[in-house]
Design a protein around this ligand. Structure first.
Ligand SMILES: NC(=O)c1ccc[n+]([C@@H]2O[C@H](COP(=O)([O-])OP(=O)(O)OC[C@H]3O[C@@H](n4cnc5c(N)ncnc54)[C@H](O)[C@@H]3O)[C@@H](O)[C@H]2O)c1
Length: 366
């Protein structure tokens, strides 16, 4: 199969759909890979690295699309990319269709096969192509939180690890899923005192079993959250209700209960946030302050660490890319029902119930 790796053109997106190691595997399987010039540059991969493993470098994004049967990328196509996608294409990337009617209509019109990373499932119902980005964001939450706790950028002026004779800072993590566990682990590694809350006792039991003693689990309730926010320095929001907006666990009135300079990193902001005062921010302007509380609400945190994020993402996408390339999308999806869950739009039809529901449209069967 002819596989194209275009350069991401969404604002500030430096990740790339495939590393040279992935291209190596595809070429080993007798596929042809076209990589757009400088596609990997933002992630630290140079054209020569791709050439060395047998890829052909093409000058323009148009050439990549016209030469390829399958496009492997990272972000959902933006308006400039819509006309490049044609009916013979299989496009494998994050789409997040339910959040964009314009994108959905454009992909229906293209009649391409759109397989979305975010809806590919594992047998246990987890989302294997979302997990690595949650891992990156969870770990980054503490790195960012620690930075914004510094006084010159309006934080409380607390060093999370403390020093001999001075107690460590306190971190409250809401949600003990992928984001929450990685955040708790990083905070614990810095020596901070960590409280992690969830409503899922199975998750809390797991955390309790594997984390050191300075990570304390507590059932998530309004009463407990109100109690803890008064003396915690950094609050990380990592809750998720599948397919729904995140619940507002911290309401506007609670900000007044926090000490000035408290930092909130609301990782869940991409699902509306679990803090009432959260609104999405960008890497250019990551924070804003309300009632002396610093809010960090970047909706695409992994974009700031493209090297790590590209490797983490392509580690998990490559096996699926190989199957799609080796068997063709139809056979690959017939043989793997979990991969088939990634089918969102097929030849001008929506085949994923939730997308149709988001726009009150009807679903056609594949
Ligand atoms: N901002 C970013 O760049 C970025 C990157 C990756 C992920 N995310 C987002 O982070 C969020 C968390 O993702 P995840 O992969 O950790 O999800 P996950 O499903 O692994 O974990 C979510 C956890 O929240 C818990 N939860 C639900 N209701 C709760 C409540 N009332 N109180 C406490 N906990 C509650 C669930 O039981 C679950 O354990 C998602 O919204 C995801 O989209 C954002």
């Amino acid at each position: 199969m002819k596989i194209g790796i275009p350069k991401e053109i969404k604002n500030n997106e430096n990740r790339v759909g495939m590393t040279p190691a992935g291209v190596f595997e595809l070429i080993k399987n007798n596929h042809t890979v076209y990589v757009q010039k400088d596609a990997g540059f933002g992630s630290g991969f140079f054209d020569q690295d791709y050439k060395d493993v047998g890829a052909t470098i093409l000058e323009t994004i148009e050439e990549v699309y016209t030469s390829s049967d399958m496009i492997v990328k990272v972000k959902e196509p933006i308006a400039e990319e819509y006309p490049l996608i044609k009916s013979h294409h299989v496009v494998f990337t994050y789409f997040h269709f339910a959040s964009s009617e314009a994108l959905t209509k454009a992909m229906l019109k293209s009649e391409a096969v759109c397989i979305a990373y975010e809806t590919v499932e594992d047998i246990d119902g987890t989302l294997p192509l979302l997990t690595p980005m949650s891992e990156v964001a969870g770990r980054m939450a503490i790195q960012q939180g620690a930075k914004y706790l510094e006084k010159p950028i309006k934080g409380r002026g607390v060093l999370l690890g403390g020093v001999p004779g001075v107690p460590p800072g306190k971190v409250l993590v809401l949600g003990a899923g992928t984001v929450g566990i990685q955040a708790a682990k990083m905070a614990a590694g810095l020596g901070a005192h960590v409280t992690i809350m969830d409503i899922n006792m199975k998750q809390l039991r797991y955390v309790n079993d594997v984390m050191p003693n300075h990570v304390v689990t507590e059932f998530s309730s309004e009463f407990n959250i109100r109690k803890r926010i008064k003396d915690h320095d950094l609050i990380v929001g990592g809750v998720l209700l599948k397919g729904a907006k995140a619940p507002n666990l911290i309401t506007r009135d609670m900000l007044k209960e926090m000490r000035p300079g408290t930092v909130i990193v609301d990782v869940a902001v991409d699902q509306g946030g679990c803090v009432e005062t959260s609104k999405p921010t960008t890497h250019e302007e990551p924070t804003y302050i309300i009632d002396d509380v610093v809010h960090y609400c970047v909706a695409n945190m992994p974009g700031a660490v493209p090297y790590t994020s590209t490797l983490a993402l392509t580690n998990v996408t490559l096996p699926y890319v190989l199957r799609l390339a080796n068997q063709g999308w139809k056979k690959a999806c017939e043989n793997d029902k979990m991969l088939a869950k990634g089918l969102n739009v097929v030849n001008g039809k929506i085949v994923y119930q939730e997308i149709a529901e988001a726009f009150n449209w009807s679903v056609d069967a594949v």
